[in-house]
Design a protein. Structure first.
Length: 67
């Protein structure tokens, strides 16, 4: 049985996937999304925390919490 290396299995037209296409974060992150991604219970206090975090960091805040 023969095996091929990744280079051998690629065609000359293959390109790397752009980084922006590799992320699965939604276009709009809600405070609830951020609280749950942080592993916290959804409470008025954690929602306030998430709103402040989203105001300062934007949607990228959720990517900092997820692997």
């Amino acid at each position: 049985m023969s095996t091929s290396t990744p280079e051998e299995s690629r065609s000359s037209e293959d390109h790397c996937t752009p980084d922006a296409l590799l992320h699965s974060a939604p276009a709009r992150v809600t405070p609830e999304d951020l609280v749950m991604a942080a592993g916290r219970d959804v409470t008025p206090a954690t929602l306030d925390w998430a709103r402040r975090k989203l105001e300062t960091e934007g949607p990228a805040a959720v990517e900092k919490l997820l692997p």
